[in-house]
Design a protein around this ligand. Structure first.
Ligand code: TYM
Length: 339
């Protein structure tokens, strides 16, 4: 195990195309993906199969999948450097997910916090896909024998599960998978909602005022930041009992590449209004190039589809190498090469 882990410097991560990408996705995950592609072998996946674990509209799913691809490229992912592809275009994900679901245990899936949150206590009536979702996520990563998984804080438990599944599988069938670990940044791994700082900023939960979308026009960004809730008091300071200010100051520090302390110092004699307008201006400036590039890319959807298609072909080769080992180890027949 240790040997495999040492050999692989690969990273893998995924994102659902189930809503529009927001600042939390960018600061918690995507900007780290962009950095990782510089020095490491990286695969990034738009997980359309995962997006089917809650009720979905087919036409919307298809459109959002391409839009998510274009937006990731606009954020700086370079399909020439990293593998960027759509999950359903590499069928090995679904195949390995089945095999791993025969290794996973009901008890460990029942403990998943995201399942508890998303099923909202109605576990008897939600789709089975919502329950087995973390197994598909484990298949995503294990197929590529990735050692690092750059994600936001909310994914920590899912990465621990995939580690457990890799170790269990390897013990039972022989050394096959790399046990991956979560790469979670010290700052920005849990960006909170703008209208309720006790909840995380989320694609699927919360109204428009709760999140800044990466493709929001400047007026929308300014309006959302101006109406963001603040804490009682007057000082622009982060800390215990100041969840709203802590979140806004963190956003400022991350967008500027400075620290929370530096932002507090800069705005030490400013009021909330002045701080919020500076934050809005900074976010508008940070997101402008992403939005502009996105607008260009999305005017030619066919080109993004083509890039994603080549990404899938490259990913499928790596995935198939792993699947050949997996099939041999678990007792499934060899597969004839496609003619
Ligand atoms: P998803 O699509 O919900 O989110 C994509 C990434 O964004 C991070 N993120 C956040 N980070 C900071 N603050 C927030 N408010 C915030 N909201 C989201 C997430 O942690 C994630 O890194 N199950 C995954 C997708 C997935 C995956 C995978 C991830 C499928 N297969 C394999 C890693 C490896 C999900 O729903 O992410």
């Amino acid at each position: 195990m240790a040997q495999r882990e040492a050999r692989s410097g690969r990273v893998f991560s995924g994102i659902q195309p189930s809503g529009e990408l927001h600042l939390g996705n960018y600061l918690g995950a995507v900007r780290h993906w962009v950095t990782a592609q510089e020095a490491r072998n990286a695969f990034y996946c738009i997980v359309d199969l995962h997006a089917m674990s809650l009720p979905w509209e087919p036409a919307e799913l298809r459109a959002r999948t391409v839009e998510t691809g274009a937006l990731l490229i606009a954020c700086g992912l370079d399909p020439k450097r990293s593998g960027l592809f759509v999950q359903s275009q590499v069928p090995a994900h679904a195949e390995l997910s089945w095999i791993l679901s025969c290794v996973a245990r009901m008890g460990e899936l029942r403990r998943m916090v995201q399942f508890k949150e998303k099923s909202m206590g109605a576990s008897e009536s939600v789709g089975v896909g919502l329950f087995t979702y973390p197994v598909l996520q484990a298949a995503d990563v294990l197929l590529y024998r990735a050692s690092g998984v750059p994600v936001g804080e909310d994914q920590r438990q899912h990465i621990e599960l995939m580690r457990d599944l890799a170790v269990r599988f390897n013990r039972r069938f022989g050394d096959t998978f790399v046990a991956p670990h979560a790469e979670i940044a010290a700052s920005g791994a849990r960006i909170m909602s703008l209208d309720d700082p006790t909840q995380k900023m989320s694609k699927s939960v919360g109204g428009p005022g709760s999140k800044v979308l990466l493709i929001d026009p400047p007026e929308a960004i300014t309006k959302k930041i101006r109406s963001a809730v603040t804490d009682s008091g007057r000082r622009v300071a982060a800390g215990e009992g100041k969840p709203a200010l802590t979140n806004l100051i963190t956003l400022y520090a991350l967008a500027e590449g400075s620290s929370v302390a530096a932002v507090e110092e800069r705005f030490s004699s400013a009021g909330y209004g002045e701080f919020k307008s500076a934050l809005a201006d900074l976010l508008v400036a940070t997101l402008a190039p992403i939005r502009q590039r996105y607008d260009e890319l999305i005017s030619d959807r066919a080109e993004t589809e083509r890039l994603l298609g080549s990404g899938a072909a490259a990913a499928a080769e790596v995935a198939e190498t792993t699947m050949r080992d997996v099939r041999a180890r678990v007792g499934l027949p060899e597969r004839a090469a496609p003619s």
